[in-house]
Design a protein around this ligand. Structure first.
Ligand code: NCD
Ligand code: ZN
Length: 346
């Protein structure tokens, strides 16, 4: 039996598009399914100024397929040298939708991130004044903290004090992976939201480590134990507007993933929407798919939901794409490890 589902065109509120050859290879996948995406600024060198964001947006627009209906929402990478006036002007121009906080050393290309939070106080206060969201990679980088505890410790040691010190600052907890993250986001009020990725709704840490090491399931924050995944699933499917989709689709060429020291990041963009349909249906929550992917994030970022639609068809198991070629080498696409029955007509 075939069934169909039509939802408003989704938005991806956390996306890595990279640059050059990889940008050219991966952009059509996101543009096919998503109307908007919040573009992460962790290039080398990072996107730190309004001028950088404008130039990067121009490169993305130049790489877009001609008939695409896709509007990149740019971000700036917060550094200890970020100028509050540059941020405010970029926001007033509609150039940026958010500023991204990476604790220095937390993840891929985060060396320019923040070490001393007092040094970004003026920027955060300006952002609170103008209502510009701060997107936070919520992990401490202290080598003494176990990698599976870094999100929970970040909430206590960094995020909560930072929010208390900056009343009115709008914050997105990016790619939450723990029950602690879910609970903190739920209790946070209107100024706090959290994105959840596709892969963290599907894998737990056993998928990465049991029966052989699976580099294509390694991302940061790293997937946690099953109880955390179940809480993320409950949050994503609950209809609570605090939670919305940010895929964190993070392509790396296979040579950099399948290595002695492999890069963090799961490349999910080409398969995210069919996978989410499968996951939401299995959770008995297909009726909440649209709110998670197409409504809650737009609400938080203050943009209207898309007028366009995306239609899903359910049938026999589909052959998902496995790999995307690029001029820098092939990029393996996230494999959910279960049959998927939904296909999507953009
Ligand atoms: C991201 C990347 O590759 O840029 N990697 C990841 O594992 N998610 C960075 C990030 O979002 O942490
Ligand atoms: Zn990311």
């Amino acid at each position: 039996m075939t069934s169909k589902l039509t939802i408003r065109r989704p938005d991806d509120w956390h996306l890595h598009l990279r640059d050059g050859a990889v940008l050219n290879a991966v952009l059509p996948d996101s543009a096919a399914y998503f109307g908007r995406a919040l573009i992460m600024p962790n290039l080398i060198p990072p996107v730190v100024s309004a001028a950088d964001a404008r130039a990067y947006r121009d490169r993305i627009m130049a790489a877009l397929p001609a008939d695409a209906d896709f509007a990149p929402q740019m971000t700036l990478y917060l550094t200890e040298g970020t100028d509050p006036e540059d941020v405010a002007a970029a926001a007033a121009d509609g150039l940026i939708a958010a500023v991204k906080l990476y604790p220095a050393g937390a993840t891929t290309n985060s060396d320019s991130g923040v070490r001393d939070f007092d040094r970004v106080r003026a920027v955060l206060e300006r952002m609170a004044d103008i209502g510009l969201p701060l997107c936070v990679h919520g992990e401490v980088t202290d080598p003494d903290v176990d990698i599976f505890d870094r999100e929970a410790v970040f909430i206590d040691r960094v995020l909560d004090p930072l929010r208390r010190a900056t009343p009115g600052l709008r914050v997105v907890m990016e790619h939450i992976t723990t029950s602690d993250g879910v609970a903190y986001a739920k209790a946070g009020g209107d100024d706090l939201a959290a994105t959840i990725t596709t892969h963290h709704l599907i894998i737990n840490r056993n998928h990465i480590l049991a029966g052989g090491i699976r580099p294509h399931y390694y991302c940061l924050p790293v997937a946690k134990r099953e109880t955390h995944r179940l809480d993320l699933l409950e949050a994503a499917t609950s209809g609570n507007p605090t939670f919305f989709l940010g895929t964190d689709s993070a392509p790396h060429v296979d040579a950099l993933k399948e290595a002695a020291c492999g890069c963090a990041g799961c490349y999910t963009a080409p398969v995210t929407m069919p996978l989410l349909a499968e996951v939401f249906e299995a959770a008995g929550a297909l009726d909440q798919l649209e709110s998670f992917t197409s409504l809650h994030g737009a609400g938080f970022y203050g943009v209207p939901p898309s007028e366009a639609t995306l239609t899903f068809t359910k049938g026999a198991p589909v052959d998902l794409p496995r790999r995307v070629p690029s001029d820098a080498g092939p990029i393996t696409i996230f494999d959910p490890g279960f049959p998927v029955h939904w296909s999507v007509t953009p």
